[in-house]
Structure formats: structure tokens, C-alpha cells
Design a protein around this ligand. Structure first.
Ligand SMILES: Cc1cc2nc3c(=O)[nH]c(=O)nc-3n(C[C@H](O)[C@H](O)[C@H](O)COP(=O)(O)OP(=O)(O)OC[C@H]3O[C@@H](n4cnc5c(N)ncnc54)[C@H](O)[C@@H]3O)c2cc1C
Length: 391
């Protein structure tokens, strides 16, 4: 798109993964700018564990899962980015076995490589694990992991190569819209655009409070890095014990990255750029991981960190506009602890809104106005809800 009277076709506020993926996806045919208050991937997007499992979290919407699965494989090799393909195993407690087997069969019938393995099959395929206290696992063979910082910066650089301008250390003060033009107020100037995309994570609610009460809440997520006596190799899968609220993957150097420790965050501003882990989370990791991974009781804790993301009432992101917003202001927030997984979905939904072209999937599940009355008075569901299923 060219030839308009505005500075840009689209100004994206926020240089996290939602903003950078949207910029990249719009860049072939739009003049785009990203405006970031600090550094690219300086908040949640640089702190993620990087597990990517679209079929697990979006199996209810198969076209969404297929689109995201394809995106990571297509983007692999761009800039420095690698998508590390690894299977993922979801440990199932005995009382969830029936539902987990049904889900595996349903997804398999839709063409996804998902199966149920009983404990003996788990231990044969993945000898690191003690599966004896579980009914088995649901195995997803279409998953993988990304380095979240590398991925987000690769999106930004690939977008920049296609002509996207990137403003760093530039806090946006306000956005407004009038007569078909969005105005983005910077500290000492302003930018005009046909559309402004608010990809500002948990801060988006406060930002747009003059227009609507967005149903998002800041929540806290943690990671611990463990060094085992025997380094893990690339045959180690991604995994999760949903009931015990922990997930994990191997690092390239053989360390074990464990994620969990989610709770509503009261002081998001303090922890947004990253902070340490709390004792409760570390103790939970230390007492639970050795019951699942053999030899982990002798693991050394080598690093730990946490960050803040935006939760939504149903765990799906908020993407697009709202009846309460001017048409020129678009939202890409509420990535709900799954921003790497959700980044292609955000990019495609935002592109569809801006171009008017049909998306590769139904965007209805992500409608900003899907909650009656909106508002942020909801319980945290986080990312751990159902065993063998994302939600
Ligand atoms: C510990 C941890 C583990 C995680 N593990 C996973 C995982 O395994 N898999 C997965 O898929 N996801 C994971 N996530 C979630 C994922 O990191 C987030 O969902 C995702 O990064 C959110 O991206 P975002 O672009 O919405 O937000 P952010 O990355 O927070 O980006 C928003 C950006 O907006 C900028 N901004 C805000 N206000 C302004 C302003 N006024 N002007 C200009 N810029 C502004 C901020 O500086 C920030 O850079 C994890 C998160 C954490 C913290």
C-alpha cells in the first residue's frame, strides 16, 4: 500500500513478539513503523521459555493450529532464527486418561500427529522419564522450541529488511484517531498512520482505558535452568505435567529449562523487564522434577528468571478492533503465556483486519468484544488448565 497522506500505513506500538510478527507479516505491501519504549524483546518476549505447541493449545481450532505450525517451519532459517523441532509429551494422571485418549484420537483423525502412549511405551521411546505414576502421555510430534529473543529479533530484522522503520527508546504517550487518521504521540513529535496497532502487552489495558475496559490482567511466569549430571541431547522432548503446573525442554548446551510458577502480578511495572524466581517455585521444581526425570534429584540450579504477560479470561488473545474503539486503532494483546505460539495468529489476524482479506482461519475466537461487559475482574486460568489439552 502506498500513496496515502499519512507518515505510515501502519504504526505498531510495542516491539515484543506480537508487534514484530505483525510488522513482518504486513511489511511486503505496507509502510510500517514499530515504536518501542525500550529495546526490542526487552520485556516478556525476551524472557519466554520458547516452547511452541500450536496443536496442543489450538487443537479446537484446527486451521489456527495448522497456520501456526506452518509459520515456524517457513520462517526457520530467516536471519539467525532456528525452529528446533522436538516432540512434546503431556503427562496424564490416571483420572484424566479417558479424556486424554479421546483427545489424541480426535486430533489424529483431523490429521495431526498426536498419539497416546502408555507408561511402557513412554519409557521405551524416552528413557529419561519415570512414567510409572501416570496413565501415560499424549505425544505431539509437530512441536518444537524457539529462542524467544532470537525469534523476536529475527522478525524485527526481517521486517526492517523489507522497509519497516524501528524506533527504539521511544515511549508512546498517547494514541487517538480522527477522520480516518490515527495519531501516535511520541515524546517530542507524533506519527500519523491509517492504522495504529497496540501490541503493548499488559500495558494495553491502561493505554486504552479512555475507550474501553479491556479484559486483560498482568500475570507472573517463571523459569528455572537446571544442570543435570548427564547433559540432555537433542532427542530429549518438550514436556509438561499440567496437573503439577510445570513444563520443560532441553537447552542446546544440555541443561534443562523448567517453566511454571504462574500467578496474578500486583507490581507488573517492577517485574516487566525480568526478575528472579521465588522460593516456592524453586522448591516445587526441586521436589517434582525428580519424580518425572531420572537423575534430576542431583541437578544443580544454575539460573532462574521471571517476567510478566497479559492474561485473558478464556486464555485466547485479544486481536482486532472493538465497537468501543475507533476503526483505526487495533489491539494485539493478551497473548496469555503463549506469545511464541500465538505470534503467527496475531500477525495473520491483524493483517486480515487491516487489509480486509479473509484470514487463513476464522478470527472469531480472538474477537476483542467476545466477553460480555469486558473488565479485568476474572480469575487467572494461566496455561496449565487441562491435561493433554491446552485448555
Ligand atoms: C517466564 C516466561 C515464560 C514463557 N514461556 C513461554 C513459552 O514457553 N511459549 C510461549 O509461547 N510463550 C511463553 N511465554 C509468553 C510470551 O513470552 C508472551 O506471551 C509474549 O512475549 C507476549 O508478547 P507481547 O508482544 O504481547 O508482549 P511484550 O513482549 O511484553 O511486548 C510489549 C512491548 O510493548 C512495549 N511498550 C509498552 N508500552 C509502550 C509504550 N507506551 N510505547 C512504546 N512501547 C511500549 C514494551 O516495552 C514491550 O517491549 C513466557 C513468558 C514468560 C515471562
Amino acid at each position: 500500500m502506498t500513496g496515502s497522506d499519512t507518515d505510515y500505513d501502519v504504526v505498531i506500538v510495542g516491539g515484543g513478539v506480537a508487534g514484530c510478527a505483525s510488522a513482518y507479516h504486513l511489511s511486503p505491501d505496507h509502510d510500517v513503523a514499530i515504536v518501542e519504549r525500550g529495546q526490542i524483546a526487552g520485556e516478556a518476549s525476551g524472557l519466554a521459555a520458547g516452547l511452541v505447541a500450536p496443536t496442543l493449545f489450538h487443537g479446537e481450532h484446527p486451521d489456527v493450529a495448522r497456520f501456526a505450525n506452518k509459520w515456524f517451519r517457513a520462517f526457520d532459517g530467516t536471519q539467525n532464527f532456528s525452529f528446533h523441532e522436538r516432540p512434546r509429551i503431556e503427562f496424564i494422571q490416571p483420572d484424566s486418561e479417558r479424556a486424554a485418549r479421546d483427545r489424541a484420537a480426535n486430533l489424529s483423525a483431523k490429521g495431526f500427529p498426536v498419539s497416546f502412549l502408555d507408561p511402557a511405551e513412554v519409557e521405551e521411546a524416552y528413557p529419561w522419564f519415570d512414567a510409572s505414576r501416570f496413565a501415560g502421555v499424549v505425544e505431539y510430534a509437530d512441536t518444537g522450541w524457539v529462542d524467544p529473543y532470537e525469534y523476536t529479533v529475527a522478525l524485527q530484522k526481517a521486517a526492517e529488511e523489507r522497509g519497516v522503520d524501528v524506533f527504539r527508546n521511544t515511549p508512546v504517550r498517547d494514541v487517538s484517531a480522527d477522520d480516518g487518521v490515527a495519531t501516535v504521540e511520541l515524546p517530542e513529535s507524533s506519527l500519523s498512520a491509517e492504522y495504529c496497532v497496540m501490541a503493548t502487552g499488559w500495558r494495553t489495558r491502561e493505554f486504552l482505558s479512555g475507550y474501553l475496559d479491556l479484559p486483560i490482567r498482568p500475570f507472573h511466569l517463571q523459569c528455572a535452568m537446571l544442570r543435570l549430571e548427564e547433559p540432555l541431547d537433542e532427542t530429549f522432548p518438550l514436556g509438561r505435567v499440567a496437573r503439577e503446573e510445570l513444563y520443560f525442554r532441553g537447552e542446546l548446551n544440555g541443561d534443562l529449562l523448567v517453566g511454571g510458577g504462574e500467578y496474578l502480578e500486583d507490581t507488573p511495572e517492577v517485574n516487566a523487564s525480568g526478575s528472579g524466581t521465588d522460593d516456592e517455585f524453586r522448591l516445587h521444581v526441586a521436589s517434582t522434577i525428580p519424580t518425572v526425570i531420572r537423575g534430576a534429584e542431583r541437578a544443580e540450579f544454575v539460573d532462574g528468571w521471571s517476567g510478566v504477560d497479559a492474561a485473558t479470561p478464556d486464555t485466547l488473545p485479544l486481536l482486532g478492533s472493538s465497537a468501543a474503539l475507533p476503526d483505526e486503532i487495533v489491539v494485539a494483546t493478551g497473548l496469555n503465556g503463549l506469545g511464541m505460539v500465538n505470534s503467527p495468529i496475531a500477525a495473520e489476524t491483524i493483517r486480515s483486519y487491516i487489509t480486509g482479506a479473509e484470514a487463513a482461519f476464522s478470527v472469531e475466537p480472538f474477537a476483542v468484544d467476545r466477553f460480555d461487559g469486558g473488565g479485568a475482574d476474572f480469575e487467572l486460568r494461566g496455561t496449565f488448565e487441562m491435561e493433554g489439552a491446552g485448555r
